[in-house]
Design a protein around this ligand. Structure first.
Ligand code: ZN
Length: 344
């Protein structure tokens, strides 16, 4: 009887609209499961249920997040997400922008980069992040990231991309240290590398000037050949081939290298420009190629290019260069150019 009475009362309440409705909280989107994203980016991760801390690791780079917080630390640098990291049972959810802000720059999207073929002409590459230490390079007009920081970051992102494709990488610097120009070319001579790729950021008095440029040397001039550092590098290189005591072999090798250098450097520059052009969001200035006579380009014996990734003096370029997402994009573009060149 009581049960029937209660049912009747409930029915009346529902009909009259005064039933206690199950409150549907405004649904906050849970976001994307972190496990899925980390799997896609090959990032190892761990969640500590006691501290609620999430540690992500990729090739020795660490990133930290906290359930309930929208701040993520990439190394020591804090990034703010559009919403906090959340948890439901033991599944961790992250907001939409987590992928572009944290994982893309931190992990590897490996967006279809080719591997080197067995017949590849490139096995080892020297990546030269310009400036460093006391030499800040181009200073940011907005006092955020200077050239030395931007280029080191791009170099560090480029390294694993090339390694994953099967190329050995030598970095002239992997820290914020000052390395002189001669030292950089000596590293190249000693390494037995096939390519030298120097990464820089440009600047111009005209703030409207923007875009990526690849600089290369069109011919090795007589006075370049007699430059002391170049001679020393040639000796170091020949020594590595055990040819330093044979003048005939020496002249054959150096002649060959000069020819290879001038022909192939142009091709390498062209491939990098082509890769940059095919990437939406990367602006290439003019035809993208410029002749130069820069120290590191003329004093290396192997094909060498110097990439000016953009103009820090231009607001649009600046905003792109200080974004980790864009720097990842640059690294991918350069990697694609090198790999295309390697497999031609
Ligand atoms: Zn520079």
């Amino acid at each position: 009887m009581i049960a029937r009475l209660l049912t009747l009362m409930a029915l009346i309440m529902v009909i009259s609209g005064c039933a206690v409705r199950t409150t549907v909280a405004p649904t906050m989107p849970m976001g994307i499961p972190l496990a899925d994203l980390c799997e896609r980016y090959h990032v190892n991760w761990q969640w500590d249920p006691i501290t609620q801390e999430i540690i992500m690791e990729y090739r020795g780079n660490k990133s930290k997040a906290l359930v309930g917080s929208s701040t993520v630390l990439i190394g020591k640098r804090p990034i703010t997400l559009s919403a906090p990291v959340r948890r439901a049972n033991s599944t961790i959810y992250v907001p939409d922008d987590f992928e572009t802000k944290v994982l893309a720059p931190f992990g590897l999207p490996i967006a279809g980069l080719p591997s080197i073929e067995s017949s590849s002409r490139v096995h080892t590459v020297v990546i030269d992040a310009g400036h460093g230490g006391k030499d800040r390079g181009t200073m940011s007009p907005y006092k955020d990231m200077d050239e030395k920081e931007i280029v080191l970051d791009v170099a560090r992102r480029l390294k694993p991309l090339l390694e994953d494709a099967g190329i050995k990488v030598i970095m002239t610097r992997d820290t914020d240290d000052f390395i002189s120009l001669p030292e950089r070319t000596i590293i190249a001579a000693k390494s037995g590398a096939d390519l030298f790729v120097s990464i820089h950021v440009n600047s111009n008095e005209n703030r409207r000037v923007k875009g990526l440029l690849v600089y290369y040397l069109d011919k090795v001039r007589q006075r370049d050949l007699s430059e002391d550092q170049r001679k020393e590098n040639a000796y170091i290189y020949l020594k590595s081939l055990k040819a330093e005591n044979s003048p005939v072999l020496q002249s054959i090798v150096t002649d060959m290298m000069d020819t290879v250098k001038t022909v192939q450097t142009r091709q390498l520059a062209r491939d990098i420009v082509k890769a940059a052009r095919s990437e939406p969001g990367v602006f290439v200035r003019g035809n993208g190629m410029r002749l130069c006579h820069f120290y590191v380009v003329r004093n290396t014996l192997i094909p060498a290019v110097l990439i000016e990734t953009g103009f820090l003096s231009n607001r649009q370029d600046h905003n792109k260069l200080v974004s980790s997402f864009y720097r990842q994009k640059l690294a991918e573009v350069i990697a694609r150019g090198i790999l295309d060149y390697a497999n031609e």
